[in-house]
Ligand binder design. Structure first.
Ligand code: HEC
Length: 312
């Protein structure tokens, strides 16, 4: 095996090449394929064993062939084997990129001027440096054309796109981590599955005081526009989570219910709004107006809905 790479380079290079190709083609989501699919580890192990096996087979073939050689040929073969391997291509490339002339040619490079015995070698600029410089010029031209002539996009747009992406990612994350909601982030849920879950929670925990239709009993009427502790999803969530005023009987449900469940039951009980219960309890508290509701509030209103109509 004259002039070929030694096995300790050949095997790892081939192995990682196959590894990379496998990772590229196997769709394994966020995790690398060899972690997600244990079979991939087995596959890689097999590849490694096969590579080693091929190596061993080639060795033994060489060995057998060697035995068939004449004495003189054996010697020649051993001589070539003894030459230590060097990475010719790499060395040539390195010398080329450096571009320096060998020492013995320096005589031709010396410039005429001579300052107190100090002379100058007129070496060429190293090619790696020159190519890099050309590359920066090319980059500059493309950049100038793209952003200053054709106005592809500017930093503001780039920022906005990234913010939008991040918000979409947060939104997607919230969907998988529903219990992350709190009083500031809770939104009115409208999915049928959330509402029916909310209904079930309401019927187990809340009907004793609020009645199944929200008409009210010990607790106030939940069907009217009047709220003691503020209406709207944020206030209602807060009331459920933290409880009502001391001594009134509405406990803080955050001990019993998960944040996602409180959001579901809050969304469910808000569907009572405007319905007519069988035995409505008289309205208590203030009529609650959502300042953020688009049809009622002017667009420039930025007040937080939680600041509105708190009980006095
Ligand atoms: C032991 C009786 C009782 C139970 C059980 C109860 N509540 Fe209440 N609830 C009350 C009382 C009493 C109030 C009024 C609190 C106050 O005046 O501060 C109230 C108030 C509320 C309010 C605020 C109404 C307003 O006008 O501001 C909401 C919303 C509410 N409850 C939801 C629930 C939910 C959801 C459940 C079940 C998880 C529940 N309650 C279980 C007694 C109860």
């Amino acid at each position: 095996m004259r002039n070929s790479t030694p096995w300790w380079i050949r095997i790892p290079v081939l192995f990682f090449l196959i590894f990379g190709i496998m990772e590229y083609f196997v769709d394994s989501g966020a995790q690398p394929a060899f972690i997600k699919y244990p079979i991939a580890q087995f596959f890689l192990l097999m590849i490694l064993l096969i590579l080693i096996a091929i190596e061993l087979i080639v060795r033994s073939i060489e060995n057998v062939m060697f035995q068939t050689l004449s004495e003189e040929a054996k010697e020649r073969y051993l001589n070539t084997q003894a030459k230590s391997w060097e990475w010719k291509w790499g060395k040539r490339m390195y010398a080329k990129l450096l571009g320096s002339r060998p020492m013995r040619e320096e005589g031709q490079l010396v410039l005429d001027h001579n300052y107190d015995g100090i002379r100058e070698l007129d070496n060429k600029l190293p090619p790696w440096w020159v190519y890099l410089f050309y590359a920066t010029i090319l980059f500059g031209v493309v950049y100038l054309a793209r952003f200053h002539v054709f106005n592809d996009y500017d930093q503001k747009l780039e920022y906005e796109i990234e913010v939008a992406d991040a918000e979409a990612a947060i939104e997607a994350y919230r969907k998988t981590a529903k219990d992350l909601v709190d009083v500031n982030t809770v939104i009115l849920l409208t999915d049928a599955s959330d509402l029916s879950a909310g209904k079930a929670i309401f019927e187990t925990n809340c009907v004793v005081c609020h009645m199944a239709d929200g008409g009210g009993g010990i607790g106030p009427n939940l069907t009217d526009e009047n709220w003691i502790l503020g209406g709207g999803i944020k206030n209602v969530f807060k009331t459920i989570s933290e409880g009502g005023r001391d001594g009134k009987g509405m406990i803080a449900w955050k001990q019993t219910l998960k944040p996602a469940e409180m959001a579901q039951v809050a969304s469910y009980l808000l569907t009572f709004q405007g319905t007519t219960p069988a035995n409505p309890k008289a309205a208590e508290g203030e009529i609650w107006v959502d300042e953020n509701a688009p049809e009622k509030a002017p667009a420039e209103s930025t007040a937080d809905s939680t600041t509105v109509a708190m009980n006095k």
